[in-house]
Design a protein around this ligand. Structure first.
Ligand code: NAI
Length: 304
């Protein structure tokens, strides 16, 4: 149908073979986005179970989209046929763009990047989806650091419109422009951000959580009241405490601590002891069944 044809982009960026490194939450979502836009995608992970899971969850997601009448079976087949699941990094050799979404550890990322660079062509763009590491430090692991750029998706990647594109000080103008065009080809909205801790969204979000936690810690209001105010009066879809529970108090705390440290302990980004204790106690939020709220086994808040 016309509707379906319009989804297959004519890639102005000329990026059509995409290698994704890491098939977890983010990598599998990014693979879906690229494949939907007509790119040939290879999704690489060292862990076969992660690849199986990525494949299985894409099947479920696409079946749900069929149920909702958003796609038909030929569209589902087309998207799935565009993704190959591979367990050798070398299989990514013919990519013209790679996006890395593995564990947030600089040493491990650097090792993977320098191996990857030995396989791919000179003009292959090597991007990272990192949330908290500097793109400059990742680019420095390459012989051609000018080909490195940050391409930061939000979770869940297929649903979130915004993508931050982050040039490192080493990144060439051509690579930056191609990255921006690719993300536009993929029907996403680009925000170009500087290579600073938290980029734009994760930085703006720190005081949002931090101030809510401080209001709670000072006893000015309980967390349910704060959430209620922001949702019913402020128009937010989720209150800050619901959102922290959703993201995971461990993950959210770590991001705040990283941004705080990276900004030389600027008190604006000071982490919360309340959240640290929650994290230490295993009150991680939705994923552990208990956080600021209690959750049933379907992840719904148990109203008290
Ligand atoms: P995840 O834990 O769901 O997935 C990571 C995957 O990488 C796993 O499947 C693991 O087997 C694989 N992996 C680990 N080491 C590897 C290696 N050496 N070679 C190949 N595969 C390897 O993690 P998630 O949440 O997808 O995060 C990935 C990256 O994306 C991180 O840099 C994170 O900071 C960033 N990010 C995460 C967001 C989120 O909300 N979860 C949002 C935006 C960025």
């Amino acid at each position: 149908s016309e509707n379906q044809k319009s989804k297959i982009v004519n890639p102005q960026s000329q990026i059509n073979r995409v290698g994704i490194i890491g098939g977890g939450t983010m990598g599998s979502g990014i693979a879906q986005v690229a494949a939907t836009s007509g790119c040939k995608v290879k999704l690489y992970d060292t862990n076969q179970a992660a690849l199986d899971k990525a494949k299985g969850s894409l099947e479920k997601i696409l079946l749900r989209l069929i149920e909702k009448g958003r796609i038909d079976t030929s569209e589902k087949d087309r998207i799935q046929a565009n993704i190959a699941y591979v367990s050798n990094l070398k299989d990514l050799a013919d990519s013209n763009l790679t996006i890395e979404a593995i564990i947030e550890n600089l040493d491990i990322k650097k090792k993977v990047f320098s191996e990857l660079e030995s396989y791919v062509a000179d003009d292959c763009i090597i991007a990272s989806n990192t949330s908290s590491l500097s793109i400059a430090s990742i680019a420095a692991s390459l012989n051609k650091p000018e080909r490195c750029v940050g391409i930061h998706f939000f979770n869940p990647a297929p649903l979130m419109k915004l993508v931050e594109v982050i040039p490192a000080i080493q990144t060439s103008t051509e690579v930056l422009e191609k990255a921006i065009q690719t993300i536009k080809d993929w029907k996403k909205v680009v925000a170009v951000a500087k290579d600073t801790p938290g980029f734009i969204v994760n930085r703006v979000a720190r005081p949002f959580y931090g101030e809510a936690l401080r209001i709670y810690e000072e006893g000015l209001a309980d967390f349910a009241t704060i959430d209620h105010s922001l949702k019913t009066l402020g128009g937010f879809r989720m209150g800050p405490f619901e959102l922290m529970d959703f993201i995971g108090n461990d993950v959210n705390y770590t991001v705040t601590e990283t941004v705080f440290t990276a900004f030389y302990f600027d008190p604006r980004y000071k982490p919360s002891l309340t959240q640290k204790r929650f994290s230490e106690a295993g009150y991680l939020g939705r994923k552990s069944g208990k956080g600021f709220y209690d959750y049933d086994k379907n992840g719904k808040i148990i109203e008290t």
